[in-house]
Ligand binder design. Sequence first.
Ligand SMILES: Cc1ncc(C[n+]2csc(CCOP(=O)(O)OP(=O)(O)O)c2C)c(N)n1
Ligand SMILES: [Mg+2]
Length: 350
Amino acid sequence: MGRRWQSELGGLADPTRFTAPIEVGKADGPRLLELLRTMLVIRHTEDQLGRLVIAGEARTPCHLGIGQEAVAVGIATQLRATDRVFGNHRSHSHFLALGGSPRSLIAEVLGKAEGASRGMGGSMHLFGGAFGFLGSVPLVGATIPIAVGAALAARLDGGDSVAVAFFGDGATEEGVFHESMNLAVVYDLPVLFVCENNLFSSHLDIEFRQPSDRIGRYADAHKVRTLTVDGNDVLAVEAATAQLVGRCRGGEGPALLEAVTYRHRGHVGPKEDIDVGVHRRMEDVAAWKRRCPIQRLSAGLVAAGAATAAGLAGLERDVAAQIEAAVRAAQDAAYPDVAALHDLVYASRP
Ligand SMILES: Cc1ncc(C[n+]2csc(CCOP(=O)(O)OP(=O)(O)O)c2C)c(N)n1
Ligand SMILES: [Mg+2]
């Protein structure tokens, strides 16, 4: 069945394109190996979370972003611990890219007291105040206005901190997204809106939800600066973020970064949901796996002579062992005390 309309993403929605190794300079090798390591940490952590769901050990709904790692990692290089970042239901990558530890994430998903939210939140209520991650919320679109408020607070506080809201293409179908962009642009607030456009909201292809697949058009309508990038190219994401965050820090108002990407797994849980995804075919999933952000950076590093295939295999083995150890530690950790259940519900009076 043909699509109802032509893509307006300049080929980015076609998984058979943009599959080449990422072009890197040899001198950048050490820094890019660190970015690759972070992407591998995210990939292996989420893979292990999927296993814990299958085993029945993780009982919180788990929305995996496997395939989307380059977005969070490319953006995080441009952020500081004093920035104010907010996520959504699919935020494991945001939490880890900003500096959260795999162990605290895994422990949180398992409901353990040492988890990022003391075991009270699960996969969709992550918090990492020490590194600027001020929270993720499962209600679609809910953190977009909160980020705008945080940007206003940042400006009132002085300095050049920015706020960032991560959300999906589905969230742009909510009124609050448009109200937030409008307020941000009228007040010139330092907020970066980040849309991870994975072309799906739950099981429905964007074709059946919107008259175009280009989310950046909403920024045009609101007179907000926007860039659309290949979300599976960590360097493209980084370069666009540098430009847009630079504007925010310089007092030039809000911006929207649209990163086109794709999740390999289903909407929720570890399975590939080709059975229920409307227009989500096995061929598409397979093609998008060939546009994998990790493979493309790895191939670019090898092509530039900045790494060898054997060296990269060793790196991945190290990461795998690190995450397996984090799983074991989280499994061994204690559950919170039942008496602590209400401790985090209300703030205590100062
Ligand atoms: C207000 C609200 N409506 C519906 C849902 C159910 N829901 C959870 S995630 C989701 C899809 C969101 O799609 P998108 O924003 O594109 O993010 P993605 O899952 O693709 O990362 C929906 C409809 C919800 N959590 N909150
Ligand atoms: Mg989506």
